[in-house]
Write a new protein. Structure first.
Length: 73
C-alpha cells in the first residue's frame, strides 16, 4: 500500500491558509504531522508537531486522530 492511501483526500492549503487556520483554532482541534527525519525535526520544527518519519507512517498511523484535520509537512 502506498502511504498516500492512508489519508482521505482533502483540500490543498497554502502555508498562509494553514497559518490562518491555526490562528483561528485551538491546538487540540487539529494535528501537525512532521514526516521528515529525526535530525531535521530536532534541528527545527513547528511547536506541537508530531514526528512520524515517512518510512514509519504506515506502522504508526494509529497515533493520529482520524477525526481531526491533519496538516502534513
Amino acid at each position: 500500500m502506498n502511504w498516500k492511501n492512508l489519508f482521505v483526500s482533502g483540500a490543498n492549503m497554502s502555508p498562509d491558509e494553514v497559518k490562518n487556520f491555526m490562528a483561528e483554532h485551538k491546538p487540540g482541534d487539529y494535528q501537525l504531522l512532521d514526516v521528515r527525519q529525526p535530525k531535521e525535526y530536532e534541528k527545527e520544527h513547528i511547536p506541537g508537531a508530531l514526528l512520524i518519519p515517512i518510512k514509519e507512517l504506515r506502522e504508526r498511523i494509529g497515533e493520529l486522530d482520524p477525526t481531526k484535520p491533519t496538516f502534513v509537512y
